[in-house]
Write a protein that binds this ligand. Sequence first.
Ligand code: ADP
Ligand code: TRP
Length: 320
Amino acid sequence: MRILSGVQSSGTLHIGNYYGALKQFVDLQNQGEALYFIANLHALTTVRDAALARKLTFETAVAFLALGVDPKRSVLFRQSDVPEITEAFWVLGTVVPMAHLERAHSFKDKVAKGIAPDFGLFAYPVLMAVDILLYDSDKVPVGKDQKQHIEFARDWATVFNTTYQSQVFKLPEPQIQEATAVIPGIDGEKMSKSYNNTIDLFGDLKAIEKRIKSVKTDSTPPEAPKPTENNALYQLLKIMAPPSEWAALDQSWRAGGQGYGHFKGKLLEHYHATFDGPRQRYQELVADPAEVERILKDGADRARNIAAPVVSRLRKAVGL
Ligand code: ADP
Ligand code: TRP
């Protein structure tokens, strides 16, 4: 089984990215041949500064490694190091119906927010589809918000194979972990770097502690049982507490007798227990950019080898 996924290098990573995506990447490395990449071509739709683009690409690669993506077990690479991607992007794009792109959630959401759409934003799902299809991927682990993109990849693979009467592309399956499908931010909305509601993975610890202390709560008094529905603090604790401690924590939440401040303290404890190790590794890797580059270059070679047969099927099918 071939597993593939990517994360855009468009900002600093937060715990929503970890529990929604990266944690699955790490867990899945043992279940098949895993390919993970830094989607730095996708990031160009929002990052328009070369130095910043390079910095974010590097930091995203370091984050993957620090969180446990193991280059001995997985292929870790930069999207832009596989130039075949952009050729396949054009070729696949020639069979993609405009109407599909017009109803893409990601596109519609950004337009609704008043962002002036450009071709990059519009064509984004086509690039993502070739990311997946070029490596004959079987499973694509992602957060819920990416599900439509994978459905598009399946639809277009079928359209393409039918148009050219040839089995060029294999149909991938999304893998969405329902329990952690949407991680709430400190305001209770979906955690997202665009909403200023994140708890970051590798940022300044003081700022992170402040964020954890300001998770939105209601006015339930300390002695009363706490509500479990629509409560961001409860959801975050549930995601972060180790299973062995969750039952007791859940019980004290429901029983009452402890204020929200106490539970915020618990959340901070679990943050440290989970991320102190990765934060330490992150600092070590940041200090060794040559090693990170070596890993990415090696990953790109392996990724290009895996893509080679699909690229030749594609070129042959269309007459290039
Ligand atoms: P952001 O919303 O902060 O811009 P991205 O869109 O770059 O994050 O998401 C990167 C990955 O992390 C995707 O696979 C996405 O599904 C996942 N992800 C992002 N935010 C969350 C969240 N709040 N809950 C679950 N998964 C998330
Ligand atoms: N669009 C994805 C995101 O925002 C990143 C991505 C690009 C991706 N190409 C992909 C994810 C291919 C999975 C497979 O997170």
